[in-house]
Design a protein around this ligand. Structure first.
Ligand code: 3SL
Length: 257
């Protein structure tokens, strides 16, 4: 294994500047729900998503022919076309669409990473596919957990731990940070029932008030999508990996949702 190939976890966007060397692949993680919705959208044929920080900036994309998507406090922004549920993006009419998106934490984390070499999006929905692709890469990896308002959250950490768990045969762990070890241990404890493990987590409670448990269940179901969203020229598009062996998918595919 090349000494360059290591995986590190940032539990919060605040830790990202300390981890960044400049040559890493950044995996942006916001399991509930931005990176899951982005994967669902790109997997469903959306052409590109421009992640923006603010609501006003998002509205400015309307005149350029973009649809607007996103939430504040989990609720679709008034006047937007779509919210931040993965199910909002499972619509055949969205094939080829261009979307501007703003969310409370997910698209803010993207702003931090967007000028780095390679930024991709991970969630349980594309776990195996992402792992298969990362195994073929030769750069270090930073898992950037969006968290909640710069704080640690459980679901993003669990997904980062899943990446560590499945990649550690190919990547070393960062020498100067124990976050990867901690994230993997949490994932091992949780992996047989992610939904139950997260029962008392802050964001499950937040989303429960919105009655969107179906979103939570879907976002925690691994391997529904064979897609890797990647940033290119300021927009999120579909990565078309060459020579990538397709891992097995679980039961559902986006078509039958
Ligand atoms: O914080 C975010 O970016 C969102 O994913 C939060 S929510 O799940 O839509 O509430």
């Amino acid at each position: 294994m090349s000494p360059q190939k290591y995986i590190e976890v940032c539990f919060s966007p605040l830790l990202f500047p300390a981890a960044l060397q400049g040559n890493e692949i950044i995996v942006v993680i916001d399991v509930l729900r931005a990176s899951s919705s982005i994967a669902a959208a790109i997997g469903n044929g959306v052409k590109k998503i421009v992640p923006v920080a603010g609501i006003d900036e998002c509205f400015s994309y309307r005149e350029k022919g973009y649809l607007l998507a996103g939430e504040r406090k989990g609720i679709k922004v008034s006047g937007f076309d779509l919210g931040n549920s993965p199910f909002d993006f499972m619509n055949a009419n969205l094939k080829g669409a261009q979307i501007a998106m703003t969310t409370t934490n997910g698209t803010q984390a993207v702003q931090l990473a967007k000028n780095t070499d390679k930024v991709i999006f991970g969630c349980f929905l594309n776990l195996n596919y992402l792992v298969s692709w990362l195994q073929t890469q030769n750069q270090p990896i930073i898992c950037l957990c969006a968290g909640w308002e710069n704080k640690f959250n459980m679901e993003d950490t669990l997904f980062a731990g899943a990446l560590v768990h499945h990649l550690k045969g190919h990547y070393g762990l960062s020498d100067n940070c124990d976050a990867s070890i901690a994230a993997e241990q949490l994932y091992i404890a949780a992996k047989n029932d992610l939904y139950a493990f997260l029962e008392n987590s802050s964001h499950r409670k937040r989303l429960a008030k919105l009655n969107i448990d179906e979103d939570v269940k879907y976002c925690l179901t691994p391997n529904q999508l064979q897609v890797i969203p990647i940033m290119e020229n300021g927009a999120i598009v579909k990565l078309n990996p060459q020579h990538l062996e397709m891992p097995e998918l679980n039961v559902h595919s986006i078509e039958n949702k």
